[in-house]
Unconditional design. Structure first.
Length: 81
């Protein structure tokens, strides 16, 4: 299985959207009463937080890529030619 890079912004967005789904499911199941507009701050706040986390994550990745020295050494296969 191919590895993929961890994207914490998507994790945060997914968490808050799942939370909104749980809030609506609890209301639909009769466990509690939720006004229809109560989920709007949860979703918008979660998306804003996910955007901020994504920007910070990208800045950290970019900074690490610049700080990491490039590997220009020849491999054993290249050295034999």
């Amino acid at each position: 299985m191919l590895r993929h890079e961890f994207q914490p912004g998507k994790l945060v967005a997914g968490f808050f959207l799942a939370l909104a789904g749980v809030i609506f499911a609890g209301d639909a199941g009769g466990l509690w009463e939720t006004p229809w507009f109560a989920v709007i701050p949860v979703v918008t706040g979660g998306l804003c937080l996910a955007g901020a986390v994504g920007v910070v994550s990208r800045a950290v990745r970019r900074r690490r890529a610049v700080a990491r020295p490039t590997d220009t050494a020849q491999t054993p296969l290249d050295a034999s030619h």
